[in-house]
Design a protein around this ligand. Sequence first.
Ligand SMILES: [Zn+2]
Length: 208
Amino acid sequence: MSPAPLTAREANLIGCRLCHLLIPMPKEPGHCPRCGARLHQRQPNSIARSWALLIAAMILYLPANLLPITISSSLGTSQSDTILSGVLYLLNSGSWAIALVIFVASLFVPLMKMVILVFLLVSVHRRSRWRPKDRTRLYRLTELVGRWSMVDIYVVTIMVALVRLGALANVDAGPGAAYFAAVVILTMFAAESFDPRLIWDRMEDCDE
Ligand SMILES: [Zn+2]
């Protein structure tokens, strides 16, 4: 086995999180001499902050799915849809491809993202040595999907109304939409707060 590569912390260096400048470890917490960002060896309170945001997201995931996400009206009829009722309606009306996209983007992806973050947080908390590379990959996945999950709310709104009521429909966002947006934003911040270096710190701890 090749020797473990040296980490910045072991070399008594600290890396700037923003501009990635490596500088000798200052005695007191300070700022990056190049870009002025605050220097931290690891993001402060990474786990606690991540948990707080994640739990908030999990709570809001309920109203996001139970409350109507769209209220569409056309020629005097008004119809409100939750994400799931919209998906089922699209499925029944034969638009299964759109139904699938909305199901994956609005129900499956946010749920998976929360499950992955819970898993990562628990694994770091328990000082797990299980497949650090795969866990880092999982983390990267949550970051990647985060960028795309804001798109689907518009897709839901527009597609459901168009299919249900035709092009003349007047579509308003229901209360579920605000909760849904909050879930997306909170999971994004939860992923951002999680410091993936913690996964590898546990590996070093165990080597000693
Ligand atoms: Zn910097």
